[in-house]
Design a protein around this ligand. Structure first.
Ligand code: IPD
Ligand code: CA
Ligand code: CA
Length: 262
């Protein structure tokens, strides 16, 4: 039972989420990372500082990997993995689809995942082997068995303009095979909504550990399946991801393999 960890992570996610929500309609200073489509706002940094300060104060021996400021080393063998604002492009445009993600990894597994969507006031919490909840109600993936009747979601890498391995072919193929494919702009919400049964599956070619650590645990604890896009186990150091309700997983893997020539 991770009761203290759970409480601290939930409080940090709620506080960061409230900070983000309250500033959503304000004008934000935008800076660019590796390319003109890879944004960061001052709110990413403010939310991250709030979360990292709370985690570090409560668990000074734990390492922390946070998207914007990188790794703070620790000596406990435990690592917190934080995306303070997932959906930055949405956020910078005032689009209310974004979330805070906090996970605790005790190698080799993520054992706790907390996701907070402040706009819908939805708090998702999963603990390895103990299930996953949204606002205290148990989460369960969908029961759809046919890809034909499935609602999928995906995302595209920030180097889409320059890297030909940019998911556009996969998107075209799966759009013709599924009922529809959405692109909502937040990997963390994509995963939470697979766990909640709103989406039947989600794939993306290249992500960061902070995008997937908490959400992948939610999907697994809600009864779904998570692998890389080739079917290999999820690798948090270089995540490619397919997360589904389990029932459509092999079908999507086969289509991705065929499309990617694997
Ligand atoms: C991004 C979002 C987006 C996904 C990108 C991520 P960020 O995270 O989750 O939906 O397609 O791959 O990097 O930059 O908004 O934290
Ligand atoms: Ca992210
Ligand atoms: Ca982010």
């Amino acid at each position: 039972m991770l009761s203290v960890e759970r409480r601290v992570a939930i409080e940090a996610a709620r506080a960061a989420g409230a900070l983000l929500r309250d500033a959503l309609s304000a004008t934000h200073r935008i800076a660019y990372k590796a390319s003109p489509v890879d944004l960061v706002t001052e709110m990413d940094a403010r939310a991250e500082t709030l979360i990292v300060e709370r985690l570090s104060a409560a668990f000074p021996d734990d390492a922390v990997l946070a998207e914007e400021r990188g790794t703070r080393p620790g000596r406990s063998g435990r690592r917190w993995i934080v995306d303070p604002l997932d959906g930055t492009t949405n956020y910078a445009h005032g689009l209310p689809v974004f979330a805070v993600s906090i996970a605790l990894e005790v190698r080799p597994a993520v054992v706790l995942g907390v996701v907070y969507d402040p706009v819908r006031d939805e708090l998702y919490v999963g603990e390895r082997g103990r299930g996953a909840l949204c606002n205290d109600a148990p989460l369960a993936v969908s029961t759809t068995t046919n890809l034909d009747a499935s609602l999928l979601t995906t995302g595209f890498p920030y180097d889409l303009r320059t890297n030909p391995d940019n998911n556009l072919r996969e998107y075209a193929v799966l759009s013709r095979r599924a009922r529809a494919v959405r692109r909502i702009g937040s990997a963390v919400i994509d995963l939470a909504w697979v766990a909640a049964g709103r989406f039947d599956g989600y794939w993306e070619l290249r992500l960061g550990a902070w995008d997937v650590a908490a959400g992948a645990l939610l999907v697994e604890e809600a009864g779904g399946r998570v692998t890389g896009i080739t079917g290999a186990p999820l690798d948090l150091e270089r995540p490619t991801l397919l997360a589904t309700n389990g029932r459509i997983h092999d079908t999507v893997l086969a289509i991705l393999a065929e499309t990617r020539g694997g």
